[in-house]
Design a protein around this ligand. Structure first.
Ligand code: FES
Length: 230
């Protein structure tokens, strides 16, 4: 990717980050289109809505090979709001978000992940009140909690903005495609900060390599050898 494109992305990222910082609980509507990429399993079979087990999450790369995302099949519907598309599939239960925490960019790495989808109930504090809820994304680095059924809105912790949402499409066979990203764009900052390690981990000569027409989804507990849960 050329320098001009990177500079453009940086500019967009800065603008979106500024907009997102207006509120930690609201999604931002601007969507940047990237390559339409089919989600496939390691054996190249398609990731369909029905193939995802409710209450589980997979990690896939988007929009760059080295930028991890969650695709989650919730046990409930996720209704569109504030420019966020909501869940896809007949029951609107499938959602996708960047897995890069908006606080200090903790993310799933192959040896370990501090940010995870939690199907079971977890305890956290919202405005001084203890909560116990399930179906959330928890970042144990500094205990931010996001609600994937509500655009990854921040429920607790120091995260300044929701996770970036990944726009999904579903074809007639139920196969999922990632087509864009909206909300807090911190991909450039992420690759600047972790580029050397990411290039090694993903075997890339250019860490800014975008995904192609397909991207592999792996069960989160298989993607990272160790998941930190708090
Ligand atoms: S990096 Fe996720 S809460 Fe700090």
């Amino acid at each position: 990717m050329g320098v001009q494109r990177r500079e453009f992305n940086k500019l967009c990222g800065g603008l979106l980050a500024g907009a997102a910082s207006l509120s930690a609980s609201k999604s931002v509507a601007e969507t940047k289109q990237y390559t339409r990429s089919a989600l496939v399993y390691e054996d190249e079979s398609p990731v369909t809505v029905s193939s995802l087990v409710p209450g589980t999450s997979c990690i896939f790369s988007y929009p760059y090979v080295a930028t991890p995302c969650f695709v989650i099949r919730l046990r409930k519907s996720a209704v569109a709001a504030d420019g966020w598309q909501g869940g896809v599939g007949e029951d609107q239960s499938v959602v996708a978000f960047s897995a890069i925490c908006s606080h200090k960019m903790s993310h799933p790495a192959k040896p370990i992940s501090h940010i995870n989808f939690r199907d079971e109930k977890i305890n956290f504090y919202t405005q001084g009140k203890e909560q116990e809820l399930d179906q959330l994304i928890s970042c144990c680095s500094e205990k931010s909690v996001y609600d994937p059924a509500n655009g990854a809105a921040v429920l607790s912790g120091p995260a300044p903005a929701p996770l970036a949402s990944i726009s999904l499409e579903v074809n007639g066979d139920g196969q999922l495609y990632a087509v864009g990203s909206s909300g807090r764009n911190q991909y450039e900052r992420f690759m600047d900060k972790f580029g050397f390690r990411l290039a090694m981990e993903y075997g890339l000569s250019d860490v800014r390599t975008e995904v192609g027409e397909s991207t592999i989804a792996v069960l989160a507990e298989k993607f990272s050898s160790q998941q930190i849960r708090c």
